[in-house]
Design a protein around this ligand. Structure first.
Ligand code: CP
Length: 316
């Protein structure tokens, strides 16, 4: 059985954002994820830990990595997983989020993993449902499991966070990944820089615990990793970018940028990647790239999350 921190009880019913987690809880989660990562390297990858539990994957926005890894995570732990999408559900017929959620709850799942285009959708469900609600991305608000897997990947690659600097590059304004990562990595002691066009920086960024840069050559100097962000074209108003070629010229990460970073610096991307726009294709496939480690680490982190949330002790 995973141990994590034996003295620590997991008290949370839901995961809405990383701000609710203490550094001790994050450390315990990472310890548990390391245990499950070892299971994922075995020839038989299934354990009976969550037998009899059921997990609904309610994805009202597209996903490859998050949905599949929660599905695989649940199945590797012997939980039953069920999928619901926006197009294949009665949301398409106009059913409200509340009625959809209450309908799902009537089937007594142990957890609902939700992705939705509205910021606050996960909290809306969590306040109304008895089961665990895990936020798999809500609008531009938060993507806590992505931030946790990113921090886990960096922790393994760096061997810790002390004295490390990360550059987050690109469309910060529309990125729930950036918001959750800034909160979590700042809490873990990482210095965070942001770089991107002025039009793709969020209002109020000056209050964030980050350095803000406009020039990529300067921003990348001496950093220990660069996290490129996907251009969230589906969330952008028209006119925020002149054109993609110009964006790629000014803010696309290439080898020449990484050469200005610290020796041994890594590159990351939450995916899906726009190759040749956010990052040069060769760099995405290079030895410095952690992109597939993020995916593998994401599976272990999501197994750990399902384990911690679904085996927590309640007073019932
Ligand atoms: N990073 C991420 O959330 O990827 P998906 O949209 O494929 O789940």
């Amino acid at each position: 059985m995973p141990t994590g921190d034996d003295d620590m009880q997991w008290l949370h019913k839901d995961l809405l954002d990383v701000s609710q987690l203490s550094t001790r809880e994050v450390a315990s989660l990472f310890e548990t994820a390391r245990y499950f990562r070892e299971i994922n390297s075995r020839s038989v990858k299934k354990v009976p830990t969550l037998r009899g539990k059921s997990v609904v994957l309610f994805f009202a926005e597209p996903s490859t990595r998050t949905k599949t890894s929660f599905d695989v995570a649940g199945k590797r732990l012997s939980a039953d997983t069920f999928s619901l999408s926006a197009t294949g559900s009665s949301l398409k017929k106009g059913e409200t989020l509340k009625d959809t959620a209450l309908t799902l709850q009537a089937m007594s799942p142990d957890a609902i993993v939700i992705r939705h285009s509205s910021s606050g959708a996960a909290q809306f469900l969590a306040e109304r449902l008895d089961c665990c609600v895990i936020n798999a991305g809500d609008g531009r608000h938060a993507h806590p499991t992505q931030a946790l897997l990113d921090a886990f990947t960096l922790s393994e690659a760096w061997g810790g966070f002390k004295g490390r600097t990360l550059l987050i590059l690109g469309d910060v304004a529309h990125s729930r990944v950036a918001r959750s990562n800034v909160i979590l990595l700042d809490r873990l002691g990482v210095k965070v820089r942001l770089c991107g066009p002025r039009t793709l920086m969020p209002s109020g960024v000056e209050t964030w615990p980050v350095g803000v840069h406009r020039d990529l050559d300067q921003a990348v100097r001496g950093v220990d990793a660069v996290m490129c962000l996907r251009l969230q074209l589906e969330r952008q108003q028209a006119g925020l970018l002149p054109d993609l070629r110009e964006y790629a010229r000014l803010f696309g990460l290439g080898r020449r940028h990484l050469d200005r970073a610290a020796k041994g610096a890594f590159v990351m991307h939450p995916g899906p990647i726009n190759r040749g726009v956010e990052i040069d294709s060769d760099l995405a496939d290079s030895p410095e790239s952690l992109i597939l480690e993020q995916v593998a680490g994401g599976l272990a982190v999501r197994m750990a999350l399902l384990f911690l949330f679904l085996s927590r002790k309640t007073n019932e």
